[in-house]
Design a protein around this ligand. Structure first.
Ligand code: ARG
Length: 514
């Protein structure tokens, strides 16, 4: 027999290299808070259902509270030889109380329901942090100064100048898409927020568990009822990775625009000095390294999604060790995503757009040719006809080496084409500002439309902010209630009474899986 917690049937211990290959203590550091909270909830339930004797429950809670104090003081060290956080905590409880009492902790619980419970609890925090970081970035984007409503940028399709837009229009576009990332994170949160605890190894148990009370003590809004599903499921985690990957991709696309537009050829935007670095050899360089890395780090979030899908695809229902590969890369993806969101918010605050430069480019790059077609259409010509006339003008101007700035040349060419337009009219409709001001359709680039969209987006930010705050409060209340009851019981209070006292602080559960 070995002295491992599982050692009863073993004649010899695992070798050091097997231990090194299989342990998860390093990635489990992030789960310590969840494993302790979960263990407290589990013991309160075991005591309430008289699955363990009242005195044992009291002592177990005392030992768990001591471990929590140690953890908060930075003195809880996970020992690698104990493989993972679950065995570490159980072993330390046993070392504290002796096997006769400490050995009750793992009654009617398996590391299989335990690990998924921990991971869901950690992931909930991260999802909420990501919602908060997104809302902050969105706030930066929506906080543009009023003059950016008419600061001009060339809008691109196919990487070619298309139509003029405003800086505010560009910023609200990114805010709009990031808000969808927030929605996606919230959806992932809802499906993460279900308790697998009490599923045990895979098949449930003959002990009379109360899975609802542990779910509520952990702040969950639902019990993930089916034991085999609860221990096997990793879709909640893949879905989160997917939300992180999509979010990372979105940030990467914005970063690409900043990198390209801050180059000399565009000179449309400049990042604040603090977000750029210089070259070791070329004194003139100002490299937008934060934007470059925000673009590059999307490789980590995307890679993690592929890793998780690949890892999970062949795992039959019921826990297999493949599933412990769900954490290391996900942790990296989380770190990459959260740090990118936060630094991009800071970078956004310091971006300086050059609207005059944008306007100049739009005069030169024929961005307002559509406006001539629209003008002729308003005069009664079919749009397709007008498109041809306008295209013929562009072609003739290019042949002459001229642009839409040359209104005299344009007027002459148009007269020749049989569609005369007075020069002052051309000067007005070709002006990038006229186009931007005129695109008043809902969702368009006009100041009026952008202001309306900003109001909608701000209302959504407020609503998600309220949801975020309410959800964090719910988790915190359940946490404080569970540890408060544990403290009372450890100090000698009656367990049933302690649970009754905290009942109002625990969330109610959704009645069904809707
Ligand atoms: N450390 C494991 C993991 O990260 C915990 C579950 C292990 N369960 C087991 N039966 N080996 O997934």
């Amino acid at each position: 027999m070995t002295d491992k917690l599982w050692g009863g049937r073993f004649a010899e211990d695992i070798t050091q290299d097997v231990l090194d290959y299989t342990l998860t203590v390093d990635v489990d550091e992030r789960l310590v808070f969840a494993d302790l909270w979960q263990s407290v909830a589990h013991v309160l339930m075991l005591g309430a259902r008289k699955i363990v004797p009242a005195e044992a429950a009291r002592d177990l809670l005392g030992a768990l509270l001591r471990l929590r104090d140690q953890s908060e003081n930075g003195r809880l060290r996970l020992r690698p030889e104990l493989e993972d956080v679950h065995f570490n905590i159980e072993q330390q409880v046993i070392e504290d109380l002796g096997r006769e009492v400490g050995g009750h902790l793992q009654t009617a619980r398996s590391r299989n329901d335990q690990v998924s419970t921990d991971a869901r609890m950690y992931l909930r925090r991260v999802q909420l942090d990501a919602v908060e970081a997104n809302l902050e970035l969105i706030g930066e984007l929506l906080g543009f100064p009023e003059e950016e409503l008419l600061a001009i940028l060339p809008g691109y399709t196919h990487g070619q100048a298309a139509q003029p837009i405003s800086v505010a229009f560009w910023k609200t576009a990114h805010a709009s898409l990031l808000l969808r990332d927030v929605r996606r994170l919230r959806g992932a949160f809802d499906r993460t927020d279900e308790s697998p605890l009490g599923a045990c190894a895979l098949a449930g148990t003959s002990f009379p568990l109360d899975r609802q009370v542990t779910a509520r003590l952990l702040g969950f809004r639902a019990v993930l009822s089916h034991a085999l599903d609860a221990t096997s499921a990793r879709d909640y985690l893949i879905e989160s990775a997917s939300a992180f990957a999509i979010g990372g991709n979105n940030l990467s696309r914005m970063a690409e625009e900043i990198v390209v537009w801050s180059g000399h050829e565009h000179s449309l935007v400049e990042v604040q000095d603090a977000y750029a670095t210089g070259s070791s050899i070329m004194p003139q360089k100002k490299n937008p390294v934060v934007a470059e890395l925000a673009r590059g780090r999307a490789g980590r979030t995307a890679g993690t999604l592929v890793q998780l899908l690949t890892m999970a695809k062949g795992v039959t229902l019921g826990y297999s060790c493949d599933l412990q590969e769900d954490k290391p890369y996900l942790w990296h993806a989380i770190d990459a995503y959260l740090s990118t969101l936060r630094i991009v918010a800071g970078q956004t605050r310091g971006l300086r757009f050059d609207g005059a430069r944008g306007e100049e480019l739009c005069w030169d790059n024929f961005s307002t040719a559509t406006e001539l077609a629209n003008h002729l259409t308003a005069g009664g010509l079919a749009f397709r006809e007008a498109h041809h006339v306008s295209g013929a003008l562009v072609s003739a101007l290019i042949r002459r080496g001229a642009t839409l700035r040359d209104t005299a040349a344009s007027a002459e060419i148009l007269a020749g084409l049989g569609h005369p337009v007075p020069e002052p009219v051309l000067a007005r409709i070709f002006a990038p500002r006229t186009a931007v001001t005129g695109y008043t359709s809902p969702g368009g680039t006009s100041p009026r439309s952008v202001t309306a969209v900003r109001a909608e987006l701000r209302a959504a930010v407020t609503a998600y902010g309220a949801w975020l705050e309410g959800t964090r409060r719910r988790l915190q209340r359940a946490h404080d209630a569970a540890f408060g009851a544990a403290r009372d019981v450890a100090d000698g209070a009656d367990l049933g009474k302690a649970l009754d006292r905290i009942a109002p602080d625990l969330p109610t559960l959704y009645g069904d899986l809707s």
